[in-house]
Design a binder for this molecule. Structure first.
Ligand code: FAD
Length: 219
């Protein structure tokens, strides 16, 4: 029976973080394997902003370029698969993939990112990364001066409503979250933020364009 593949390092996640880490390991000359399931968090966005030397590049293009850079190192192996189990062994780790392979390594680099769980609002998923955005520094510049809405999903959303008013006029949709306290309301008011207390039931417009928000008013 052939022995199970063994590497000095296994990297789980082959996107920005995983490929950045993998490059340094590759350059040490040690055998390394990168496992990636091909679902980077920003795959819904056409452009990636704020990266040194790469502002405005397409995310897939950046990943492809980093992968091509790494592929020049003969000590690097790529596997397009998902790691489903990782376990500690006496001298390192073992990882089982969804294809059923078992791999071994002395070191394990976890770079599998995060997964966004979007609120159940009609029309939100279809606009994600285009007109429904997660970060003003990544995509705010492109919509500067436009009418903006901030959807409250918890206590930190108030901070975002204050911050995002730097990019344009903001309506803060409470969507069932509690009213901010009086001090915070005064701050929001000074920043020109309008408060909308109804429940957001749908995003409207010729998708992915966004021209309005449908509300259900609480009694
Ligand atoms: C719509 C959108 C736009 C964004 N735009 C920007 C931007 O402009 N600028 C910016 O700085 N940031 C942006 N971000 C944040 C952005 O997602 C990160 O900068 C970047 O993707 C983080 O890279 P990462 O390597 O940590 O994670 P990811 O890019 O999410 O990569 C994780 C990788 O691990 C893989 N993976 C997960 N689990 C496993 C597993 N078990 N086995 C194998 N592989 C696995 C995934 O398939 C994926 O390829 C954006 C996010 C979103 C949602």
């Amino acid at each position: 029976m052939p022995s199970e593949p063994s590497f000095d390092a296994l990297v789980i996640g082959g996107s920005y973080a995983g490929l950045s880490g993998a490059m340094q390991i590759a350059r040490s000359g040690r055998p390394i394997c990168i496992l990636d399931s091909g679902q980077p968090r920003n795959r819904f966005a056409a452009h990636s902003h704020g990266f040194f030397g790469q502002d405005g590049q397409a995310p897939r293009q950046m990943i492809a370029q980093a992968g091509a850079d790494l592929a020049r190192y003969p000590n690097v192996t790529f596997m397009n698969t998902r790691a489903i189990i990782a376990s500690r062994e006496d001298d390192g780790f073992s990882v089982i993939t969804e294809r059923g392979e078992t791999l071994h390594a002395q070191k394990l680099l976890l770079a599998y990112g995060v997964v966004d769980i979007l609120p159940e609002i009609s029309g939100l998923k279809e606009r994600w990364g285009v007109t429904a955005l997660h970060c003003p520094y990544c995509h705010g510049y492109e919509v500067k001066g436009e009418q903006l809405g901030v959807l409250s999903v918890g206590p930190l959303s108030t901070h975002q409503a204050l911050l995002i008013s730097d990019w344009g006029p903001v309506t803060f949709f409470l969507n069932g979250q509690p009213q901010p306290d009086a001090l915070t309301l005064a701050k929001l008011s000074r920043r020109g933020v309008k408060i909308e207390t109804g429940l957001v039931t749908a995003l409207e417009g010729d998708c992915p364009a966004l021209s309005g928000v449908r509300l259900e008013h609480l009694s």
